[in-house]
Design a protein around this ligand. Structure first.
Ligand SMILES: Nc1ncnc2c1ncn2[C@@H]1O[C@H](COP(=O)(O)OP(=O)(O)OP(=O)(O)O)[C@@H](O)[C@H]1O
Ligand SMILES: [Mg+2]
Length: 391
């Protein structure tokens, strides 16, 4: 049974803003679910509704089999970790950890035992005597996490807990949160606007757009088989290349013409116009195209080169209409179309010799291309045969 269940949750604020729309979301017992989406899509509102800090306009919240929709936050047995730590500045790290337990009327010895065990789990024993102002950002975040853990709640809700930290520390604490999750075996809801963070931390990831759930899936499936154009463009950096393609007959075979490419179309594609999605790494340049099979190759002029170390991002222009999803659009508009020319990005082996102006033979692994409906933006065929889903 799901540890946490949101059934038909919506939230309309007094000023008319619809922050969450008919959300159904089940978080399994012991699961770490990441909730991701652009700024303002309703992530914090969902978390606050779960925590009891906000009342939903419609729907029901269930935690561990109990309906808690009208229950006070303190009765829900949840711990919340926010971005801004919210530690008591005048108390030491030790006292911050012990604070919530004192209110629970737990004996001094038992409190001391628990505080030290949690401090050991987080590696903050040497810092326990310090006040928050004498701690670094990462250390404060560990104390804030510790304060949630000592209470032994049935579930943890985290709202962008790492976003005040520098990039390196964020990556380190990310794996620490995963380790904590494994060791505690508790249910976690982890809110972030950073799709990389969501993919690396979540057992499953829920993608929200303008208060509406777009896809709930395992990270690999979200990446390889996005359910619609929005998810395709939101998940992955650099993003998936999205183009309008025209389906034509070529020697009796149906192919999608997208810029200079002819991509074989699966039988599920029945319309004349379609949106194709190509991940940057599904382009290649000689001689680094091993595993591409019989990939068609097109000569293209590189306009820009970004070197990332192991891979280089090559930009090139093709004659095809680009597709994108704007943040300010209502979800009823699945995507918008750009002018006739598209700048595509290929992620190729950095040993490929390229400078702006180079003419390169660019190969496309057509077996990995995603197809989306031109009217609805929904996936028709996902790009990876091993995760292929037909609709
Ligand atoms: N009290 C409120 N009254 C009116 N509108 C609100 C209120 N709180 C939030 N909103 C609006 O609801 C929408 C969702 O807000 P929310 O804070 O849940 O977004 P978010 O996904 O957490 O964004 P971010 O990534 O920036 O934290 C936004 O449009 C926001 O302006
Ligand atoms: Mg938020």
């Amino acid at each position: 049974m799901a540890a946490i269940s949101l059934a038909g949750i919506s939230k309309r604020f007094a000023d008319g803003t619809l922050a969450v729309a008919d959300l159904h979301l089940d978080i399994d017992d012991g699961e770490l679910l990441a909730l991701v989406g652009p700024s303002g899509c309703g992530k914090s509102t969902v978390l606050r509704i779960l925590a009891g800090l906000e009342t939903p306009t419609t729907g029901e919240v269930t935690i561990e089999g109990r309906v808690v929709t009208d229950m006070a936050p303190g009765d829900r047995d949840l711990a919340i970790v926010f971005q801004d730590y919210a530690l008591y500045p005048h108390l030491s790290a030790y006292q911050n950890l012990a604070f919530g337990l004192k209110a629970k009327r737990i004996g001094r010895k038992a409190i001391d035992h628990r505080v030290r065990a949690v401090a050991a789990l987080l590696g903050i024993e040497p810092l326990l005597h310090r006040k928050p102002r004498a701690l670094s950002g990462g250390e404060r975040q560990r104390v804030a996490m510790g304060r949630a853990i000592v209470r032994q709640p049935s579930a943890f809700l985290m709202d962008e807990p790492l976003s005040n930290l520098d990039a390196k520390l964020r990556v380190a604490l990310r794996s620490e949160i995963r380790r904590l999750h494994r060791e505690l075996g508790a249910t976690f809801l982890y809110v972030t606007h950073d799709q990389t963070e969501a993919l690396t931390i979540g057992d499953r990831v829920a993608v929200l757009r303008r208060g509406r759930l777009q896809q709930l899936d395992h990270p690999q499936r979200l990446y390889q088989a996005p359910a619609n154009v929005f998810v395709a463009g939101f998940i992955g950096t650099p993003p998936m290349n999205l183009l309008v393609a025209h389906v034509q007959l070529d020697d009796g075979d149906r192919v999608a013409r997208a810029g200079p490419w002819s991509i074989p179309v699966p039988a599920q594609v029945t319309s004349d116009k379609i949106v194709v999605g190509i991940r940057p790494e599904h382009f290649g340049a000689d001689p680094f195209t091993a595993g591409f099979g019989r990939a068609p190759t097109v000569e293209l002029t590189v306009t820009e080169v970004e070197t990332l170390g192991g891979v280089s991002l090559l930009h090139f222009d093709v004659d095809a209409q680009p597709v994108s999803v704007r943040d300010d659009e209502t979800p009823d508009v699945p995507f918008s179309l750009g002018d006739s020319g598209s700048t595509l990005i290929a992620a190729v082996d950095a040993r490929v010799d390229a400078i702006p102006g180079s003419l390169l033979a660019i190969a496309l692994d057509t077996s990995r291309v995603c197809f989306f409906d031109f009217e609805t933006g929904e996936a028709v065929v996902s790009g990876d045969p091993s995760v292929r889903r037909l609709r």
